[in-house]
Design a protein around this ligand. Structure first.
Ligand code: AMP
Length: 193
């Protein structure tokens, strides 16, 4: 099993890279943002609850997110491994993920962060907003709220995974192929150790 977290601020390219990496290593891609959006378009109770937070650019409460993630993992087992995109986003979520994996004698192998400066992120998200239809991509205020949520709640995870020697940061600026090969290099180094 190979379990990877793709880490980074909103717009850093986690989703795009996760779908490329999942194919290369036959992993299952779990994007909590995508699962929430699917629930929103199906008007489920979970979708309705998540919508209010997502549209403001705030994180959905931990308990709801973790319960959803647990269902996703259990539905996908057994498999070759997971690539998590947009999860965990808080220390609580990271601990719950560790516990859940431990129950299955699994662990996170690598956390790979895509490093992109805020100005580039804002440009990318506004550009994406023209076609994504995502309410949270539509204004600088909403994007700034998401960046603030990252600083307040998600950034502490850098230390959490660093302390476990599982944290790697790569330059997230470049062509799709360049960024994929930077990620692959981290994975290959790990596999060859
Ligand atoms: P994303 O597609 O990863 O950019 O996520 C879009 C939005 O979904 C976020 O701004 C949050 O409102 C919500 N969301 C996604 N993943 C999580 C998570 N792990 N914890 C809390 N909220 C989340």
């Amino acid at each position: 099993m190979l379990n990877i977290i793709l880490f980074g601020k909103p717009g850093s390219g986690k989703g795009t890279q996760a779908s490329l990496i999942k194919d290369k290593y036959s992993l299952l891609h779990i994007s909590t943002g995508d699962v929430f959006r699917k629930n929103m378009s199906n008007n489920t109770d979970l979708g309705l609850l998540a919508k209010g937070y997502m549209e403001k650019g705030e994180l959905v409460p931990d308990k709801v997110t973790v319960d959803m993630l647990k269902d996703e993992i259990n539905n996908f087992m057994p498999c070759n491994g997971f690539i998590f995109d947009g999860f965990p986003r808080t220390t609580f979520q990271a601990k719950e993920l560790d516990n859940l994996l431990l129950e299955k004698s699994l662990k996170i192998d690598l956390t790979i962060a895509l490093d992109v400066d805020n100005n580039s992120l804002i440009d990318r998200l506004l550009e994406r907003g023209k076609s994504s239809g995502r309410a949270d991509d539509q204004s600088v205020e909403k994007i700034n709220m998401r960046l603030q949520e990252y600083d307040n709640k998600t950034k502490p995870l850098v230390e959490y995974y660093n302390d476990q020697n599982k944290f790697y940061s790569i330059n997230g600026i470049g062509s799709l192929e360049q960024i994929t090969s930077r990620i692959v290099e981290v994975i290959e180094d790990y596999n060859n150790d």
